[in-house]
Design a binder for this molecule. Structure first.
Ligand code: GDP
Ligand code: MG
Length: 670
């Protein structure tokens, strides 16, 4: 089947158009960087069928960011027969920059000018035929959201796919054009084995992009000659190579747009007025904090808690019902216990978070679709940039206080792979809600009257550790090619119900799937570890179990941290299933029937100092299994995930050790 590739800037409506053309339901967002993976679908019309690829949104085809790299690779490997270049009509000049780069690929191409409805609303007028003549390719108006013009676009795409008509190369002014021809002659031989013309590579080389030389495998001598040509041609432009070509491209674009577009007077008036308030120098931060506070208190406060309680009651009832049925049928005790602990307690306990996850993503999707999230990121950018993170990592970090798993998934909105990996690595240091019971228990036993400040300092400690690690890792990775940082504010748009529900469903589906597969099987395995001896006999006393043996094996390692008995070691292991289970495991292992007995047991097994050290370790050590699985998937490899877990646990060990030894030293000095 012939292939067509849909390419365009971030947020120009690519996915909306793609969904329209293929009948799929890929998530749409008013935010740069929503489409990270390539999506494929079949475009069917009366004329025939085409395989349609939705590429990540990019501003150019250089190799500076993860998306640009991916988009270029797909274009090179898939060799689409037709390029469908979708451009945002309300932002023509910037969007056409990519179009020129695509034209340099010399492939059959059509330009679809999207958001025609917005141009009209702004009172503007675009002559697509004139624009097409200036650029040498068919230019068609569409409104992806309403579907206007999409049929005509399909027809044009099929016509092009059949004819395979190559558009002319863009004609730049003599300075840039001459430089491109000179470089083109030097690399002509190297390009012959590749699928794209010398012009495409010459332009990237002239722009100073080192990756292009690597791709071509140029000998050092040629690379030097190219460098020389670029320097000579760029001399009249202040020696700035990138400016030479970019200037030529924008002059070409400006000339074409000037003739074809009559600008409306009501340009983005609305967005500007809202921004005057929401990005106000003094009000912006309070508004943002208020908005986030509202989202999180709705999600994790009364509304979310009620929904969570409802679901918990439902699973408890279902579990009870199943248990009674099993007991009546005379099922053995261990089956009943497995069902209670592993399925009802374990999977049910995780499922109880579903309403909160859905709720959080509902709110975030509304904020994102409306265009507000991009503003929030814009504000936080300066704060986080000192850390070597981009402003967008702020949103996932904030979500990390709720639950690490969705927060890690939220890092997909980050443009730059390095920022994303760093954010994923540091995210688990944000204390998630599941760790709260641990702090609550220990601070009530050892720091009565000061519980609030104790718990709060754990949260602060987590942030401080993330900041410090961020600074260190930034130093370590600074040698990489730095991304050109472009933060742009999309216009405000009214979120569509369809898209909001779709976002929510996508998140919920993934979560349900994980609870039913990974978490369920982990629970069964851990239940067995807790209930069988190393000789695989059922246990009476948990200390004889496989888990107990495990605990005794690691507990010596934990002795320098102040909690070297086997019970805390086992509790920490159990905490890997879910951090909540640290408390329940301790309770079970100390044979405590109620909260009072548990407090007494904790008081006799810990000191205030070892309690502090234990809380610190719980705060920082590797996240629970579900977060770990997500972390591996988002980092792209299990090896990287395991490295990250080692790193986090190592940091936990070091900081707990520091807390414990400083405490010991200062008590000795007293
Ligand atoms: P992508 O990042 O290029 O994939 O863009 P999306 O398809 O995610 O769309 C970005 C935003 O533009 C979303 O809020 C869409 O609802 C909106 N959008 C897409 N097409 C149109 C259109 O034709 N008119 C208007 N007014 N908005 C559109
Ligand atoms: Mg998209």
């Amino acid at each position: 089947m012939l292939k067509a590739a849909l390419c365009g800037n971030p947020n120009c409506g690519k996915t909306t158009l793609y969904n329209r053309l293929t009948g799929q339901r890929q998530p749409v967002g008013n935010w740069a960087g929503v489409t990270v993976d390539k999506a494929e679908g079949v475009l069917r019309t009366a004329g025939g069928e085409l395989l349609l690829l939705d590429l990540p949104g990019v501003y150019s085809l250089s190799a500076f960011s993860m998306e640009e790299e991916a988009a270029r690779r797909i274009l090179l490997e898939e060799e689409p027969a037709v390029l469908i270049n979708i451009v945002d009509g309300t932002n023509l000049e910037r969007n056409l920059y990519l179009s020129l780069q695509l034209l340099e690929l010399r492939r059959p191409m059509v330009i679809a000018v999207n958001m025609m409805d917005e141009i009209q609303r702004q009172g503007g007028k675009l002559d697509c035929a004139l624009l097409g003549k200036a650029l040498g390719v068919p230019v068609l108006p569409v409104s992806a959201r309403s579907g206007e013009g999409v049929e005509a676009l399909c027809a044009a795409v099929f016509r092009l796919a059949r004819q395979g008509k190559t558009p002319p190369a863009p004609v730049y002014d003599p300075a840039a054009g001459g430089a491109l021809r000179e470089i083109g002659r030097l690399i002509d031989g190297a390009c012959r084995t590749l699928h794209y013309p010398a012009l495409f590579y010459a332009a990237r080389l002239l722009g100073g992009e080192k990756a292009a030389a690597r791709e071509l495998g140029l000998p050092a001598g040629t690379a030097d000659k190219i460098e020389e040509i670029s320097k000579r041609c760029a001399a009249p432009f202040g020696g700035n190579q990138a400016a030479l070509l970019a200037g030529a491209r924008y002059r070409l674009i400006d000339a074409a747009v000037d003739r074809a577009l009559q600008r409306g007077s009501r340009r983005r008036e609305w967005s500007e007025r809202i921004d005057a308030l929401l990005l106000h120098r003094l009000l912006a931060l309070p508004i943002f904090l208020g908005m986030m506070g509202a989202v999180f208190s709705l999600t994790f406060g009364p509304v979310g808690r009620t929904l969570k309680g409802g679901l918990e009651a439902l699973t408890a009832w279902t579990g009870d019902f199943a248990l009674r049925r099993l007991a009546a049928a005379g099922a053995p005790g261990w089956i009943q216990s497995l069902l209670t602990d592993a399925v009802i307690g374990g999977v049910g306990g995780v499922l109880a978070f579903l309403p909160q996850i859905l709720l959080l993503f509902l709110f975030l999707s509304l904020l994102e679709d409306s265009g507000y999230m991009a503003r929030a990121a814009f504000m936080m950018d300066r704060l986080l940039r000192g850390l070597g993170l981009s402003g967008k990592s702020f949103i996932p970090m904030l979500m990390g206080f709720g639950c690490t798993t969705p927060a890690i998934m939220a890092t997909r909105a980050l443009d730059n792979e390095r920022d994303r990996q760093l954010t994923i690595l540091l995210l688990p240091f944000m204390s998630c809600g599941a760790r709260l019971p641990i702090y609550a228990l220990f601070s009530s036993v050892f720091f009565p009257g000061r519980e609030g400040i104790t718990v709060f300092s754990m949260y602060l400690l987590g942030m401080a550790v993330a900041v410090l690690c961020g600074l260190c890792l930034k130093k370590a990775t600074l040698h990489q090619e730095d991304a050109l940082f472009l933060m742009e504010l999309p216009p405000y748009r009214i979120p569509t119900l369809n898209n909001t529900l779709l976002h929510m469903w996508e998140k919920g589906k993934g979560f349900l799937w994980k609870a039913g597969t990974v978490i369920f099987s982990m629970n069964v395995v851990l239940w067995l570890l807790q209930h069988l001896t190393p000789g695989l006999q059922p246990v009476q006393d948990p200390s004889e179990s496989l888990f107990g043996a495990f605990g005794r094996l690691i507990s010596p390692l934990l002795r320098p941290l102040g909690f070297g008995e086997w019970q805390p070691a086992v509790a920490l292991l159990a905490g890997l299933i879910a951090k909540e289970s640290v408390v329940s495991t301790l309770s079970m292992l100390y044979g405590a029937a109620n909260m009072e007995a548990l407090s007494a047991a904790i008081a006799s097994h810990f000191t205030p100092l070892s309690a502090l050290s234990f809380m610190t370790f719980c705060l920082l050590y590797m996240p629970c299994i579900s977060a770990f699985v997500t972390l591996c998937r988002e980092l792209g490899s299990i090896r990287k995930g395991i490295l990250a877990a080692w790193f986090q646990t190592g940091v936990a060990y070091a900081v707990s050790f520091l807390v414990y030894s400083f405490g010991l030293l200062s008590s000795l000095n007293r």
